[in-house]
Design a protein around this ligand. Sequence first.
Ligand SMILES: NC(=O)c1ccc[n+]([C@@H]2O[C@H](COP(=O)([O-])OP(=O)(O)OC[C@H]3O[C@@H](n4cnc5c(N)ncnc54)[C@H](OP(=O)(O)O)[C@@H]3O)[C@@H](O)[C@H]2O)c1
Length: 330
Amino acid sequence: MKAILVDETNPRPEGRVRYADVPDPELGPRRVLIRIHAVSVNRTDLTYVAGRYGAARPLIIPGEDVAGVVEAVGSEVENVRPGDKVIALLPGGGYAQRVSAHMLSVFPKPTNLSYDEACTIPVVYLTSWISLLRRAELKAGEVALIQAAGSGCGVAGISIAKWAGATVITTAGTDQKVARARELGADHAINYATGDFASEVIRITNGAGVDVCLESVGGDVYNNSVKVLKDGGRLVSVGRSAEQSDASPRGEADPAEVSRRALVVESFALPTAVQTGEARREIAVITELLEQGKLRTVVDQIYPMSRARDAMAYLDGRKNFGKVVLHPWE
Ligand SMILES: NC(=O)c1ccc[n+]([C@@H]2O[C@H](COP(=O)([O-])OP(=O)(O)OC[C@H]3O[C@@H](n4cnc5c(N)ncnc54)[C@H](OP(=O)(O)O)[C@@H]3O)[C@@H](O)[C@H]2O)c1
């Protein structure tokens, strides 16, 4: 089958992504063979191309969330059958025509979504949903600050926080993304490139600050997000997009401020939620809300998988509002 191989050891970044022939994946008793119709590009995928893991993993297939059709199941699999339309959350391997996924990471595809839309759900919806509602316990009537409106996590976060009945303030780096964030339902969208987002948040909230922040940028954005929390406010850090090199300044909450103002500042990692079974429970709830039209996803661009390098460059260039999707059979 065709797949995208990332060779992290190649010293030339432009030579690291290869469209290649690889053997079909093997099934195994607890595994599900999926013919992939669409796979989404996540920011994490870019870190492999950046060569940050080096010789530790010389050849990998990226791709953590896919949508497709079950072709075969292992002898112990009971939750899905051949022919079922599914989505799956993977440790990698999704930039391919087929994948062998663990049965506990395969879920029914939301019936009203296309494959392109459905493959955008597992990683960023689970991340934003668990962070906002289970960790930060966002409630109706509260104010939520969602950083990076156009990011996969940001789009999911805006949709989820609005569904939860919160007032949503969000940020983005261009007027075009600000306009799209408002269309998606954000009550306030700030272009941080033309003004200081923290003073805008304080102005919008009449000096009060926000109850909850979904933070995915890191660095100064993280630090200033902590500052605009109300006393007793909750921040969940899901990513550090601005800290991709060792030279980038790291965002750090001052423990004295956290304690004095009774803040809750924590991090979320999806692999942990997968291991504990939380991801599996929560995706069922998310799927139901998507099917009822209460949550929305946004597909920005679709590329043939053979052009994965261009798709990754689009994300790397921060051009996306929503998700970028690959078609493995083109
Ligand atoms: N904890 C977890 O399990 C988990 C799960 C999913 C994702 N993540 C992490 O969460 C973050 C967001 O992921 P995503 O896939 O939603 O991202 P994405 O779609 O690639 O969007 C990232 C956005 O962040 C904004 N940004 C602001 N400053 C940036 C900077 N210095 N460098 C790069 N981007 C910057 C950009 O929008 P503007 O230009 O408009 O500011 C950019 O488009 C990533 O760090 C990812 O690794 C973590």
